[in-house]
Design a protein around this ligand. Sequence first.
Ligand code: ZN
Length: 320
Amino acid sequence: MTDTYQSIDVPFEYRHTCWFCGEPYYESYAFMASPNYDNQTQPILIPSCQECFGICRGIKAGGLDLLRDKVKEGLHKKYQKHLQIGVNWTKEELEESEFEGKALEGFRESAWAMYEIAKGRVNYTGWPLTIDGLPVASMSTAFHVEFDGITYTSINQAVEQLAKAYAIPQAYLEDVVQLVGRDRLAYAIRFAKTTYGYSAAEREASIGSLRALLAEEQALAEAAPKAKQGVDVPLSEIKELILHRTLIPTPAIQWILKRGVTSLQQLAEAEDKFFEHFGQDSELTAFTYFNAIQIYLEQREIDLDWAENHDPNHHLFKHI
Ligand SMILES: [Zn+2]
């Protein structure tokens, strides 16, 4: 047992606040990493509310960010019903609903407040952890996922909680998310919710049709840029021009013509390649050229008459 502790810095406005969830302070939790990879020598005191303090005591974590995530998961579990209020109701619906009987009326009056409190606590990010002004540890939030205004510690936790909230079998939602990708959680939930039936055979059929749907989507996405072929035009045939006091340089125009880039969207997709190419001269050149080409393509997009009749290079774009 050590008798020395390190206290984290607490900014004045947070001096009575739980670092994990923002509720009123109860006691400081003495954190020791377990497993202790970074050879932590003294416990670090983290201000906690009574609930988070209780949750902390049952947790083993190798770092403060993991401890924080596990506390959040504990809160998610405990307040699952409250958090689901936001899934099942909007504030307006709840206000207009006609619950009868004392208990139900009470529910209506307090439900939204309970949802907002629970949401505020799981989303609370604490203040930056420092001891005597020096950062305590790198606090990763790389795995966090936000859905519908609520933060989850990982995609797995999000799927677990959302499967419950939307009454979707968890294993099925996992399969759907795996297919569509973690960035498309809303799409995954929409799909899983509208699936007809959850028997093994029905789920398998739905997964099959989702696969087909995604393959089709991908084929369309791949077909679109391929339809455009670039043209190789010598510099001497390209006219330099000035737009909004910006010179649009011919090498940059030549580059986009060669790659069939005719819209801002396509330019955004080709941004890395553009910088790779012109960055060889200098970063500044690449930046200046890119900025100029953005202005050029924007002008062509918003003023079609100009693009058709007044752009000195309009005939070159016709070949794309
Ligand atoms: Zn707390």
